[in-house]
Design a protein around this ligand. Structure first.
Ligand SMILES: Cc1ncc(COP(=O)(O)O)c(C=O)c1O
Length: 404
């Protein structure tokens, strides 16, 4: 039989590294091994009760037809209200398109924005899916490195060096996956200023998916607020992380009507609108006051676990970390243990060893564009975190020769 010939594009794609680690962790569990899974990019909680109730009620009582492609009017209105409060400006529901998760908002935005070879600037460490999504849309990712020593913050001067007329989009993610680092008002202002000066045609895309999960007084700021007068911004948002609704697949994009219409047109010809029951849940997530209270409780839990993680992981020999401003990840710099003179060839080898020998599943930094790192999620039960940190202590003591 003639083998199916995959397209060049399909052959260039790699499965998501984070999902690959989770899959290996699940397979080990199925073999009966104990695994502490700190690899997942999602909260371990259920969505707030009003979300579950709204979905169940609707499923029981009404037919579940297609939603309008750009989203249910009540969800576009609820998202417009929520985003208006964050961006501190009037937002019309017509400027919002509801998508199947923030991921689809970004993927469709890249498709409607990029011509072949157009450049998209990403700050490393970046979310694993950005480069793949840019390439799928025919664009070319351009990476600006950030350093642990600068708190993994994108330096406007470093950004300036890659900006020119070929850059179409600059992606900002604050707080970020995988570092949890947020951009302060002044940095955002300087970034907008440098984009205006060096790439006056380029647009900023803000991925604000973690903006509601923040710590230690850090508050995520809208780029519109930080850089008044700079209007070339498209903002991507959603309920996946903030409301523990990753599996519901609802996100949204806020942008000029022509962008919203184009994204909606791509969606209409590919997936259709986001799942109707999920949109009903998202309306409750954004409108029911009890959900705001549930968010505060979830965030308090994350904050406690973050404290535990900082204390325990901060003590590991040869590992350094930058305390996250938001999200639920810690990005450990373990480069001291990687390389030709070190115990492990690279971070992938170290992460594989941690999983196979100690049952701790975390994601190596390489797929995030930052070799020598490890991303750990602290959105896990306290007992799992405790056991995982015990195991990591033993593992790192062994790496430096102080343990068995
Ligand atoms: C930075 C970032 N943006 C977007 C997403 C995707 O969000 P959603 O699940 O709503 O598609 C993720 C999920 O991991 C993420 O980490």
């Amino acid at each position: 039989m003639t083998a199916f010939r995959l397209s060049t594009l399909a052959r260039s794609l790699r499965p998501s590294a984070t999902l690959a680690v989770s899959a290996r962790a699940k397979a080990m569990r199925a073999e009966g091994r104990t695994v502490y899974d700190l690899s997942a990019g999602e909260p371990d909680a259920r969505p707030p009760e009003p979300v579950r109730r709204a979905v169940a009620q609707r499923v029981e009582t009404e037919p579940m037809g297609y939603a309008p492609v750009p989203g249910l009017p009540e969800l576009r209105a609820a998202a417009a209200r929520d985003l208006a409060a964050f961006h501190r400006r009037e937002i019309d529901p017509a400027e919002i398109v509801v998508t199947c998760g923030a991921k689809q908002a970004l993927a469709n935005l890249f498709r409607v924005a990029l011509e072949p070879g157009d450049r998209v600037v990403l700050a490393a460490p970046y979310w694993v899916s950005y480069p793949a999504m840019v390439r799928l849309a025919g664009g070319e990712p351009v990476v600006v490195e950030t350093r642990a020593a600068d708190g993994f913050r994108l330096e406007p001067d470093a950004l300036a060096e890659v900006l020119d007329g070929r850059v179409r989009l600059v992606v900002l993610n604050s707080p970020a996956n995988p570092t949890g680092v947020g951009l302060d008002v002044e940095t955002l202002r300087r970034i907008a200023e440098v984009v205006d000066r060096k790439a006056p045609e380029a647009w900023i895309v803000t991925d604000d998916i973690y903006r509601k999960i923040t710590y230690d007084g850090f508050e995520a700021t809208s780029a519109f607020v930080a850089a008044p007068g700079f209007e070339r911004i498209v903002a991507v948002d959603g309920v996946s992380k903030s409301h523990a609704m990753t599996g519901y697949r609802v996100g949204f994009l806020y942008g000029p009507p022509e962008v919203v219409r184009a994204v909606s047109a791509v969606q209409g010809q590919t997936t259709s609108g986001a799942a109707t029951p999920s949109q009903i849940g998202a309306v409750a997530a954004l409108s029911d006051p009890a959900c705001a209270e549930a968010l505060s409780r979830m965030n308090a839990t994350f904050a406690r676990r973050r404290g535990l993680a900082l204390e325990r992981l901060g003590r590991l020999p040869g590992a350094t970390l930058v305390p996250p401003d938001g999200a639920f990840y810690l990005f450990l710099d373990v480069s001291a243990h990687c390389g030709s003179n070190a115990r492990f060839e690279d971070d992938v080898a170290l992460a594989t060893w941690l999983l196979e020998e100690y049952g701790v599943a975390c994601v190596p930094g390489t797929p995030f564009g930052h070799p020598g790192g490890l991303r750990l999620s602290f959105a896990a039960a306290d007992e799992v975190l405790d056991a995982a940190f015990d195991a990591m202590e033993t593992a790192f003591a062994r790496i430096v020769g102080a343990g068995a």
